[in-house]
Design a protein around this ligand. Sequence first.
Ligand SMILES: C[S@@+](CC[C@H](N)C(=O)[O-])C[C@H]1O[C@@H](n2cnc3c(N)ncnc32)[C@H](O)[C@@H]1O
Length: 360
Amino acid sequence: MEVALYQPEHGYYERDRSVVGQRGDFYTSVSVGPLFGQMLGFQFAGWIEEIGGRQPATCNLQIVEAGAHDGQLAEDILNWLQRHRPDLAACIEYWILDPSVRRQEWQRERLSMFAPRVRWFASWAEIQQAGGVRGVIFANELLDVFPVHRVAWSAADQRWFEWGVRTVGERFIWTRLPALHLNVAALMQPGAALSNLDEGLRASAWASLAPLLPDGFILEIAPFAELWWELAAQSLRQGKLLTFDYGHATGDVINPSKPHGTLRAYRDHHQVDDILAAPGTQDITAHVNFAVVQHAGERAGLATVELTEQARFLTRIAQRTMQQPAAFGEWHGERVRQFQTLSHPDHLGRSFSVLVQERV
Ligand SMILES: C[S@@+](CC[C@H](N)C(=O)[O-])C[C@H]1O[C@@H](n2cnc3c(N)ncnc32)[C@H](O)[C@@H]1O
């Protein structure tokens, strides 16, 4: 997954910036139109004022986006701030965290008009060296594209094993690994250092529930997403950390309705059966385990504000914008249409969740 998505020359997210959106392989809330960014701009401005108070204190605050891809969401947020909150736009900094040189180039191109106020970072270590973050750190559809371990239950052996990938001629195929990867094996140990599953769940999942599972039952374990979130949380000195994504909360990590797990591939707006086919030309993604991510933030000292449906989160913002029409701009027909797509349960409203944590 790491190589197929991020290898600097052939990786799916390195080759072509137009993979997201109508002409690409899948939609995100960003490709629905600028409303998502406008609403985030409105919400972030409110949070920034709560954190920093009035100028000049707000001038030492940052909005940090990770997974910015081609910079579209950053542009939507910065455009809204410039137009409706020029006082904040002229004062705060917009930071982008992206380890890819190529994607940083796409972002620099798109955001050139905001240049003096935008800074790029390649790692949390760099952000921590810059003093950490006071403000808002956020990502949209990032955690679902971090590599996962694919673990399956063997009824015959009464144990978990891990699926790996190997080549046969020109093709890639799944292969049963002789041993669990250390990241995964660590989870099975009582008192393990990795807390990928909470204690109760770990006990029930690995010990009592597993023998009841059908042979071959698959689940994913995502230590990279967990570690990434913990680093993000550690980098937040004061403010909010949030992510939008699809996934599951505690309890349905072992989900009887998903015996094959949630790892999947997309191309041309369709799910592709063969996840291993044509690496570099299709997206590969898995559900986010929000319970694990939430615990990672809490370990770093953050308090959880909420884990809720995207529809509910955006509806609350919409209500506030309607109470302050002069501050947000008019709700014309196009905005209403975009809002319906972002919030309707049949579109992005229910399948997407928002996790918000904070350090006060
Ligand atoms: C599914 S796309 C979402 C793009 C955009 N946020 C949106 O909602 O349209 C995920 C993006 O995250 C980027 N990404 C992957 N790993 C990353 C990391 N460690 N740090 C920052 N961005 C990363 C991918 O290359 C890709 O551009």
